[in-house]
Design a binder for this molecule. Structure first.
Ligand SMILES: Cc1cc2nc3c(=O)[nH]c(=O)nc-3n(C[C@H](O)[C@H](O)[C@H](O)COP(=O)(O)OP(=O)(O)OC[C@H]3O[C@@H](n4cnc5c(N)ncnc54)[C@H](O)[C@@H]3O)c2cc1C
Length: 309
């Protein structure tokens, strides 16, 4: 049992999934994350010869990659397993954990759409595709998520990305933020954008936008000082035309859909960064035993000991 393993009530199945995930995190994610972190150009992280694709392939070979989209599992059992898996993956590398976690983000939305050609192309477990959630905008970060704030309903605050109805289609124009995780590599973009500008951000909708549609432009991945293994990149929509059936949520239920997504995303972030904190503590403890100062390991000095144990 690792030093920081304080959860004593796990079932045998949970322990076994935790151990498989931990092994994957240790043997695949940790070294890959380190290698990707050292690449000078974020374009190299997603280049065809990048180790990133090997990580995706190995992840998709594991049962845990299908956990988030398992509709048969008891919801409480699934929520517990998701927490365990998220924590272990991010213990290995949080950038990759976020990227892998978002891989199947589009699947439930596509299933909800019931559009056969999308289900056929994007939901087959034999041909995994990559999803992303494009919500925030260059001029609007918190603005797009503050659904309990008065500004959320303020039509004078103008969105950067808008969809307008045109016959049987929607035409999407504008831009999403450079912070969209998997933004440059996603096959399917789950786009949350403004539909009814009279309602401000509350008048949004959720769209399924295949990233190879004409007018979807993704110039370059974001260059960051941290989490370099997590691809992020801006997405431009230059009058992208999608059938009305690709809109899965309209303004009527937009706030509810957003709130539901935020509940999931925020819980996942908490779980992921517990894994990061655990990894940091383990590193610190190991170093404190190895580093000798004043003739003994620093772990034996009172103030270091008090902070670590
Ligand atoms: C690692 C990472 C992954 C991400 N992944 C995605 C993704 O997959 N998809 C996506 O769409 N976006 C993504 N984002 C963007 C993320 O959702 C935004 O960073 C977040 O919503 C905050 O927006 P902002 O960075 O523009 O900060 P701002 O909104 O500019 O906020 C700056 C500061 O002001 C405060 N503030 C803002 N508004 C208010 C207010 N009304 N009242 C009080 N305080 C306020 C904030 O709390 C914050 O401290 C990601 C970001 C990161 C860092």
């Amino acid at each position: 049992m690792p030093l920081t393993d304080i959860e004593l009530g796990l079932t045998e199945e949970e322990k076994s999934i935790r151990d498989v995930t931990h092994r994957f995190a240790e043997e695949v994610l940790r070294p890959a994350g380190r290698a990707l972190d050292r690449l000078p150009d974020p374009a190299q992280v997603i280049a065809p010869d990048s180790i990133l694709w090997e990580v995706f392939e190995k992840y998709h070979a594991l049962e845990i990659s299908r956990l988030a989209t398992d509709n048969e599992m008891d919801p409480v059992a699934k929520a517990r397993l998701m927490a365990i898996v998220n924590e272990e993956l991010s213990w290995g590398d949080v950038g990759l954990a976020i990227s892998l976690g978002l891989c199947s983000f589009h699947i439930p939305w596509i299933e909800q759409s019931g559009v056969p050609e999308l289900i056929e192309r994007y939901c087959s477990p034999d041909r995994p595709t990559i999803g992303c959630w494009a919500l925030t905008e260059p001029d609007h970060g918190s603005d797009t998520v503050g659904l309990t704030e008065p500004h959320f309903h303020d039509p004078s605050i103008k969105a950067n990305c808008v969809a307008r109805k045109d016959g049987d289609d929607y035409v999407i124009s504008g831009q999403k933020a450079a912070w969209v995780s998997n933004g440059s590599i996603a096959d399917m973009i789950v786009l949350f954008c403004t539909v009814d500008q009279n309602q401000g951000f509350a008048g949004g909708g959720a769209f399924l936008v295949p990233s190879d549609l004409p007018g979807v432009v993704r110039p370059k991945p974001l260059d960051k000082i941290g989490q370099r293994s997590l691809n992020q990149g801006e997405i431009f929509f230059e009058d992208v035309r999608v059938p009305a059936s690709y809109m899965v949520v309209g303004p009527e239920f937009y706030s509810l859909a957003l709130e539901t997504m935020l509940a999931h995303a925020n819980a996942a972030m908490g779980q992921l960064f517990v894994g990061v904190a655990r990894a940091a503590l383990e590193h610190a403890i190991a170093y404190s035993k190895e580093r000798i100062q004043g003739g003994k390991p620093i772990a034996e000095h009172q103030s270091v000991k008090a902070r670590l144990f």
